[in-house]
Design a protein around this ligand. Structure first.
Ligand code: NDP
Ligand code: 2IT
Length: 451
């Protein structure tokens, strides 16, 4: 498809949709970017003539493979694994691995596409990719998860490497899975190298990587508020999810004197009127990472309210942190959040807000909204710092990594302001993030010529 009429978003999207049938999440992610980039490049012929945006929507390659493993009953199981290598113009492909039954090629293509812009925003030399499998770790024993991870890596290893493609965790992939994946890679290639991030501290991991996405989202919120002469202290917060991003987001909020009212999982939401405490949070971490239980058990343990099958969005709170999954806030949720006095939304999860809900948020004057590619970039940023430490064969202190993370989030905030400030001073953080993320990758692609 030609984008001679690059101004025409509809024409551009028709092409994307026809080339990528049956991948609605990918269409959604591309549309959110194209909306800002097509007007931006309208008077920049170099980007238009070299078809930069068109090329960015086409992954460098998509690898799909069979994963066969044996369950505890001795039955053979067959899953499908993927790695989407989206763009390596500014560094090796970099992005997480997701294990969840909803994983398919379209979901991973949306995540890989987003990752390119996010990684560019970090200011580090990181390209974008994403991988995963339609494997459901829920209810599986440690041995089953190990056999699955080993089978998955046996194929994946031929496509990755510390200067080629560096995976990490995402939904369903945490410290346990990264350990199994890294061990199998090391065994197969007979080299100890920084091919995965999110490793444990004992074998090449970085301080603060576990905490980084959640902490980073709070640093972003803190900076958005201070930019508007406000602060975090005493604000009520709604956090969804109870995994890696949600728990460390809640931890940093509590440390800053904010009141976290909720945590959730796919079974429902817990509500603590006086705020989730550090004791509650330590229990939830142990529950989720060791016992692999459900969030309802935390409500039972501490006498908190539990709303089965509900999300946090019906509860009144000022600062909103969706930290579970894509499209978890819809129009109805957005309207209720606004009616209940939401002041700011900071996206810990990837693409957690539906396009219509984003429209509702942006129709509210002064509502602050940090999009995922800016707000949750702290995780991959510290992954980038883990890669640097692995290359140097050094380990930086907790304080040093945390300081670097904080500075990266402040820089991302300021880039969003630079490219997203509107007449009257309102900041369109999504526009700012899209343009800032696009420009670096696009300039590198221009430098390389036709490929
Ligand atoms: P985890 O697997 O640690 O936790 C995921 C949490 O989200 C769980 O509480 C899970 O509940 C809930 N959840 C997942 N899918 C659904 C669903 N379909 N409906 C309702 N709840 C759901 O994952 P992470 O915390 O790592 O990831 C959360 C989000 O943050 C994802 O969007 C991920 O892409 C994004 N992200 C993660 C980064 C990281 O460093 N880990 C970095 C940047 C973004 P249940 O157990 O019931 O499924
Ligand atoms: O969505 C994400 O940024 C991640 N899952 C983390 C990626 C990484 O390489 O650390």
């Amino acid at each position: 498809m030609s984008i001679d009429k690059a101004e025409d978003l509809d024409t551009f999207m028709e092409g994307v949709i026809s080339r990528n049938p049956g991948e609605p999440e990918f269409h959604q992610a591309v549309h959110e970017v194209a909306m800002d980039i097509i007007p931006f490049i309208a008077d920049k012929p170099a980007y238009k003539d070299m078809r930069i945006l068109e090329r960015m929507t086409e992954p460098d390659r998509v690898v799909s493979f069979r994963v066969v493993w044996e369950d505890d009953q001795g039955e053979l199981r067959v899953n499908r694994g993927f790695r989407v290598q989206q763009n390596n113009s500014i560094g090796p492909y970099k992005g997480g691995i997701r294990f969840h039954p909803s994983v398919n090629q379209g979901v991973l293509k949306f995540l890989a596409f987003e990752q390119v812009f996010k990684n560019s925003l970090t200011g580090l030399p990181l390209g974008g990719g994403k991988g995963g499998a339609n494997f459901d770790p829920k209810g599986r024993s440690d041995d089953e998860v190990m056999r699955f991870c080993q089978a998955f890596m046996t194929e994946l290893q031929r496509h990755i490497g510390p200067d080629t493609d560096v995976p990490a965790g995402d939904i369903g992939v945490g410290a346990r899975e990264v350990g199994f994946l890294f061990g199998q890679y090391k065994r197969l290639v007979n080299r100890f190298e920084g091919v995965l991030t999110g490793k444990a501290l004992d074998f090449g991991g970085s301080h603060i990587r576990t905490e980084a996405t959640g902490y980073g989202a709070v640093y972003m919120m803190e900076k958005m508020l201070s930019h508007h002469n406000e602060h975090l202290e005493d604000r009520t917060c709604l956090v969804s999810g109870s995994g890696n991003v949600a728990t460390y987001c809640a931890e940093k909020l509590i440390e800053n004197g904010a009141r976290v009212l909720t945590l959730s999982d796919s079974g429902g939401v817990i509500y603590a009127k006086d705020g989730i405490t550090t004791e509650h949070l330590e229990y939830v971490k142990e529950l989720k990472n060791k016992r692999r239980g459900r969030i309802k058990e935390a409500a039972d343990e501490f006498g908190l309210k539990f709303y089965k099958g509900k999300t946090p969005w019906g509860i009144a709170g000022e600062l909103v942190f969706p930290c579970a999954t894509q499209n978890e806030i819809d129009v109805k949720d957005a309207k209720v959040l606004i009616k209940n006095g939401a002041r700011a939304v900071c996206e810990g999860a990837n693409m957690p807000t539906t396009p219509d809900a984003i429209h509702i948020f942006s129709s509210v004057k002064d509502l602050l909204h940090a999009p995922a590619k800016a707000a949750n970039a702290g995780g991959v940023a510290v992954s980038g710092l883990e890669m640097s430490q692995n290359s140097l064969r050094l380990k930086w202190s907790e304080t040093e990594v945390d300081e670097r993370l904080r500075q990266i989030m402040v820089d991302i905030h300021d880039e969003c302001v630079e490219h997203g400030v509107q007449k009257g001073g309102h900041v369109d953080y999504s526009k700012g993030a899209n343009i800032a993320g696009f420009t670096k990758v696009a300039n590198a692609m221009l430098a390389y010529g036709v490929m």
